[in-house]
Design a protein around this ligand. Sequence first.
Ligand SMILES: [Zn+2]
Ligand SMILES: [Zn+2]
Length: 315
Amino acid sequence: MDVRARQPAASPRIAHHLRATSLNRALDVLGDWWTQRILRECFLGVRNFDAFQTALGVPRQTLSTRLKALVAHDIFSTDRGGYRLTERGRDLHPWALMVWEWTRKWGGQADGRHPRSLAHAVCGASMRPLYACAHCGEAVGLRDIEVHDAPGVRLLPATGRAAQRRWAAGRFVLDVREGARHSAFVTADRWSHLILSAVFLGCRSFDVLARETGAASNVLAHRLGVLVSAGFLEKRRAADDGRRFDYALTERGRDVYPLTITLVQWADRWLPVRGGAPMRRTHRACGADFRAQVICSCCRGELLPRDVLFQRPAP
Ligand SMILES: [Zn+2]
Ligand SMILES: [Zn+2]
């Protein structure tokens, strides 16, 4: 059966949501491989140029450009010496916690740049960060959240040609096996992140993904190939038509969802659009508007930056 015939109502909404999502605005600022890794180091306590350089092995000129941009976006401040997070930057803490958790699970020891252990100062326990609904406190996953239009949705233009050119120009670095150990492999590459978001919203086939994301077929084919080889998506024969293939999330891919939503929530707050957030999410189980909160696996309290203790990775 033709997928278009099966999803007449759903597909225009998906394209609409993909264009309107605050993820696009977050990625304008943070959609960069080095930027995301620099931020991650900052949450590990790295403050100065040489320490960033040693930790990441990043070319000095690249590091300098990225640090300047982070200061210009008011995510880092240099007022007190070194690079420190501003309030806007500190508000990325839930994202950083979920990056650590993703890396613990999928990066393995080989990544080396995540805390060796985490503890919660409030309950004193060693713990894992859990992604939860701030209203009812239940841990949530992709399937627990429902997406709706919100007032801000009408004010946003479709992804323009200029943005598409900029996205395509972004260098897609790295060996796939190496990259698969870093969440930034997907979350910092705009097309990969947008394609994965479309799969989060229920798109499955090449044609539907092409239509909803607006990606050119060569770009889409390349990214899908990479996402499959890196283990974020799985290519399967479609259940209703054995001649066609569908793309389904693997557990590794599904675990990127909290990283996406923490970035979206950050952009809703710090890069707002006139008229309010473009999308509304509700938690199916409790019915409340969904706001993500990262909580302690032991006492279930919210994890605030000052209360999270960690053992730094070995230098
Ligand atoms: Zn809830
Ligand atoms: Zn706790």
